[in-house]
Design a protein around this ligand. Structure first.
Ligand code: MG
Length: 248
C-alpha cells in the first residue's frame, strides 16, 4: 500500500529533507584528497545531530555507520573506513536523516580533486537522469514515465542502470511502497498521485548493470569493476508538480 501524505505532512517532511541537504552542502566543503571516508561520515553524523536530526542507518540491519560512502566501482552501501580520498576518486555519499518522525534520503556524487573526463561524463549523465525523472513526477502520470525517461537517457549514452537496488517510498518509514527499479515504459506502471513521496535514485554504471556484494554483506560493487555514479533526491508529488524535499 502506498501511504499518501497530506500537504501538511509533506511540509513536515521538508525539515528532514533540508537537514539532509544541509549535511550535503557542508560535506561538500570538506571532501578533498586526504580526508578519510570515516572522517566524512563522522562529520556528517555530528552535523545532523547539531541540526536536531537523528541518524538511522547505524545499526539498521547491522550497518555500522551513519552514512554510506561508496567509492568508484562501489555502487552503494559502502562502509566508511580509514581509506583516504585520492585525487580522481568518485565518491557517492548517501545520507538519511529522521526528524520529527519523518525521513529524508539523498545521495550525491562528488568528484574528488580532478577526475578523468570519462568519470565526469558519467556523473553528468547520472545527474541528468535524476533531473529527467523528477520532471516526470507529475500527478496523473505513471511511474513508467519517470523510469523510462531515466532508462532512455542512461542507455542512449552507453551506460546501464542497476536493477538489483531499488528506489522506494519514504515517510514515517525509510522504506515504503512503491519499491521500483529505474527501468520502465512510459504510460505504464502505477498511477502517480498527489501526496506520494518517494526517492528517485538512478545508479548509473559505466559497464554492466550487474552488481556483486562484498564479503562484508554490504558493499555493492559493479560486477566488472567499472565506475558507478548516483544522485538521489526525496521528492513529493504535489498539485503544483514535483517538490524536491532534499533540494540543496
Ligand atoms: Mg539513499
Amino acid at each position: 500500500m502506498i501511504v499518501i501524505k497530506s500537504p501538511r505532512e509533506i511540509e513536515e517532511m521538508k525539515t528532514a529533507g533540508q537537514i539532509v541537504a544541509d549535511c550535503h552542502r557542508e560535506a561538500a566543503k570538506i571532501i578533498e584528497p586526504g580526508i578519510t571516508t570515516r572522517e566524512i561520515n563522522d562529520f556528517v553524523a555530528r552535523h545532523m545531530t547539531k541540526l536536531g536530526g537523528k541518524q538511522f542507518t547505524k545499526g539498521y540491519n547491522g550497518f555500522p555507520a551513519e552514512t554510506c560512502t561508496s567509492l568508484n566501482d562501489v555502487v552503494a552501501h559502502g562502509i566508511p573506513s580509514k581509506r583516504a580520498l585520492k585525487d580522481g576518486d568518485l565518491l557517492k555519499l548517501d545520507i538519511v536523516v529522521e526528524y520529527g518522525g519523518w525521513f529524508g534520503d539523498s545521495c550525491w556524487c562528488y568528484a574528488v580533486g580532478t577526475v578523468r573526463p570519462e568519470a565526469s561524463r558519467l556523473m553528468k549523465v547520472a545527474k541528468e537522469c535524476l533531473e529527467l525523472g523528477i520532471a516526470r513526477a507529475l500527478p496523473g502520470g505513471r511511474l513508467g514515465d519517470i523510469t523510462s525517461a531515466i532508462q532512455q537517457h542512461a542507455e542512449s549514452n552507453g551506460y546501464s542502470l542497476v536493477r538489483d537496488l531499488l528506489a522506494h517510498g519514504i515517510g514515517r518509514s525509510l522504506h515504503e511502497e512503491p519499491n521500483y527499479e529505474h527501468i520502465g515504459v512510459a504510460g505504464k506502471g502505477i498511477r502517480l498521485k498527489e501526496g506520494m513521496v518517494f526517492t528517485i535514485e538512478p545508479m548509473v554504471n559505466e559497464g554492466t548493470f550487474r552488481i556483486a556484494i562484498d564479503d562484508d554483506q554490504w558493499t555493492a560493487r559493479t560486477a566488472d569493476g567499472k565506475l558507478s555514479a548516483q544522485y538521489e533526491h526525496t521528492i513529493a508529488i504535489t498539485s503544483d508538480g514535483p517538490l524536491i524535499l532534499t533540494a540543496q
